[in-house]
Design a protein around this ligand. Structure first.
Ligand SMILES: [Zn+2]
Ligand SMILES: [Zn+2]
Length: 397
């Protein structure tokens, strides 16, 4: 491919990209239920001449292409799942699957992936090495990346590099963000069960009140961030649910709290977990409640490879010199592409997709989420540029 044609080929395929994106948007499917979605992806990849494997990580699909020339092996990953959200938009491509919505932009990711796959297949003569397009199920905290890795997506051949991206409504169209090193947080979920002794709200002395203990535990845990961790480090502890009791005049037996921990540094993660355990144990004992703490790791931090990030800087300078490029962007949101990056050097980046003028301003996971579709050809170009920069395309001058 002549390098200056990269953006042109992405633009020329815009209607193909848009048609796919809107079809996926109209027909969203939840994690590990992407049956229709993966069927369409498999059919498209097959029509472009890829060796297609279905059922990788339950509903995942891969497309493998061998170039005409020898070279390395590259893995590109796109996620496929929608969320259990009732869409509140009013355009002609809104979800027709009640209570399910592509509210994170994974419809866009699949369209970007298939468009790149299409363009690359047309350049097979110039392709050095092999490329695997990975369409992953269940990114939204359900374990899709692990399921695919357990099914061998990183074997035969082992990738030399991996790439992934997320369209990003936190930033406007015309912005691209990445970070060398840790970019997105490790995520854990936790559950705290506080067992007291229920009874009459008017006779509290006959009870052991788990609601009062829960309130103290919630407040004390927030002091871990302000008192135990250096002000120069980043960490988040958020409670997402507080459940206990069913009426105004009864003290319940049990209160159940759930929340999430977000960190970049494994040492800080360990410190937070240790302090939560100490607080639960000591406050519980002090208040006479039995407190159980349980933690589950969802994803490690997204950590990019600096050399590969520098290639992205080159791509943006070359194709999008007027874009607002942030090479030091971090987010406390998590992303299970981290499991790929833990094993293969690579780069994950954000492409700004909000647009104030078009009222495309709602954040990810909002029932009115929608994005500027101009982000699709830009993302396609960035990936094509990266494929070129990593030595997978010979110039055809
Ligand atoms: Zn999401
Ligand atoms: Zn997402």
């Amino acid at each position: 491919m002549k390098n200056n044609n990269i953006f042109e080929s992405a633009e020329n395929n815009f209607f193909y990209s848009q048609k796919l994106r809107r079809d996926f948007h109209k027909n969203p499917e939840l994690g590990f239920e992407e049956f229709r979605t993966s069927g369409i992806i498999a059919k498209e990849l097959h029509s472009f001449g890829y060796e297609v494997h279905k059922g990788v990580g339950r509903t995942g699909v891969t497309g493998f292409l061998e170039g005409n020339n020898p070279g390395n092996h590259l893995l590109l990953r796109f996620d496929m799942d929608a969320l259990p959200i009732q869409e509140e938009n009013s355009n002609d491509y809104i979800s027709t699957n009640s209570g399910v919505m592509h509210a994170c932009g994974h419809d866009g990711h699949m369209s970007i992936g298939l468009t790149v796959a299409k363009i690359i297949s047309e350049q097979k003569n110039q392709l050095n090495g092999t490329i695997k397009f990975v369409f992953q199920p269940a990114e939204e905290g359900l374990g899709g990346a692990i399921a695919m890795i357990q099914d061998g997506v990183l074997e035969n051949p082992r990738p030399d590099y991996c790439l992934g991206l997320h369209i990003w409504n936190e930033k406007p169209f015309g912005w691209i963000g990445v970070n060398t090193g840790p970019m997105m947080a490790a995520a854990d979920t936790f559950e705290i069960k506080i067992v007291g002794k229920g009874g009459h709200g008017g006779l509290p002395n006959k009870t052991i009140d788990p609601i009062n203990t829960a309130a103290q535990i919630i407040n004390a845990i927030q002091t871990i961030i302000t008192r135990n961790i250096s002000p120069l480090e980043n960490a988040v502890i958020s409670f997402g649910s507080v459940n206990g009791g069913s009426t105004f005049n009864v003290i319940p037996d049990v209160v159940l709290l759930t929340g999430t921990i977000r960190t970049f540094d494994p040492m800080i993660r360990e410190l937070i977990i240790k302090r939560i355990e100490q607080i639960c144990l000591s406050l519980g004992e002090g208040m006479g409640c039995k407190v159980e703490f349980h933690i589950d790791e969802i994803t490690p931090a997204v950590v990019n490879n600096p050399q590969i990030v520098s290639k992205l800087s080159n791509v943006i300078q070359e194709y999008f010199p007027t874009f607002d490029f942030d090479p030091n962007y971090q987010s406390m949101v998590s992303e299970d592409f981290s499991f790929f990056l833990n094993q293969v050097p690579g780069c994950f980046f954000f492409v700004g997709s909000a647009n104030q003028e078009k009222n495309l301003v709602f954040g990810h996971h909002h029932p009115k989420f929608d994005f500027d579709e101009k982000v699709i050809p830009v993302s396609v170009s960035c990936l094509l540029g990266m494929i070129d920069q990593l030595g997978f395309l010979s110039c055809s001058n």
